[in-house]
Write a protein that binds this ligand. Sequence first.
Ligand code: PXP
Length: 246
Amino acid sequence: MIKRHIRLGINIDHVATLRNARGENYPEVVQAAKIVEKAGADLITVHVREDRRHINERDLGDILDIVNIPVNLEIAANPQMLDIAIKFKPKYICFVPEKRQEVTTEGGLDVIKNFVKLQKILKKLSNTDINTSIFIDPDKDQLIATHKLGVKTIEFHTGSYANAFIQKTNVQEELNKIIESASFAKELGLNCHAGHGLTFENVTPIASIKNIEELNIGHFIIANSIFEGLENSILKMREIISKALI
Ligand code: PXP
């Protein structure tokens, strides 16, 4: 039997967060990108936020110049950010919600509420080679709306599951939402990715969900790199994910 493979995207935003905290030119984002590629990750994920609090356009251009693995650009769904995607042409983009005051992406994009706006944006993307996904909560109505939009790939926001895991409450409930949504997504013919708040400890149940084809993991990997190095942290994550595959 051929073992299932899950693509692993490593989000290196927080290398830039550390650099920007002191306005220095280190740690270098491109150095991190090279290590991510060397460690065998399948893609590099970066989020160019509207306030440029971590990755900026120059980082994005440098990463695209230096690595051979695909780049997955996370952006807010608005014309300004879309122009960046069209200019830099990463292989993948993922539309995420964005609030200026939030510390991190707090939930999925509300596709129902933003349906018309997303339709306009997707129309502009239709004559490019960029593959689009949308970061959504594991919710049936959001999946139906995404399917209606014609988008083929979704990424489930796993933040509520990750928080439940820390608080040791409702873990199974949050996990079930993702399992059931992944199964419904499959019925709709959607490709499923997942990410947010994943760690060595909580990744196994998510990686075990059959329909999930890609995980994007950032903050924990970069944090753990302080103690174990970036390459080792990625290799260890890959090993844990690999053991979860059935
Ligand atoms: N996937 C998406 C769409 C994200 O926006 C993020 C960052 O918020 C991640 C994955 C990675 O999340 P984390 O840094 O918590 O691992």
